[in-house]
Design a protein around this ligand. Sequence first.
Ligand SMILES: [Zn+2]
Length: 172
Amino acid sequence: MSGERLRITDAAHAAMVAHALAGVPFEACGLFAGSVEDQARGPSVDRFFPMRNTAASSTLYLLDGQEMLEVEGSADEAGAVLVGVMHSHTHTPAYPSPTDVADAARFDPFGVYTYIIVSLEHPDPSLRAYRILDGAITEVSVDVGPVDQALVDEVPVEEALVDVVPVDVEPG
Ligand SMILES: [Zn+2]
């Protein structure tokens, strides 16, 4: 995992999961954005634009070109910048498929976008984020909560856990 973190609001997180569930049996997709100022501290997401999957498929997704232009316009008007693409996996883990990696190479050759995958494989949906560059997949840690609060949370979870003393469990 890279040191990179993606901050995402509760509302945007909930909207992505809801869109994934609404899209069943097909994969669902959309673009997400954050305010321009917030991006200075690393990628952050406070709005989600649900879009239709023109592939209407349970194994792949395709964004509509015209709808993308409309979403870009809406983001611009709101002073926001698009930071990535979300899609769902209906029966597989939240990890980029070979198709996802190939798509990224074609549409995002410089690895600018963050890719969020919502998996519906288990009853409890899971959301994970990745960077995909030159065929290499790097997971990005996701912090869900108010973007402002995430900004002041300077203690990485891994460090916070260092002081936890393991409890010995007596067998039997
Ligand atoms: Zn996929």
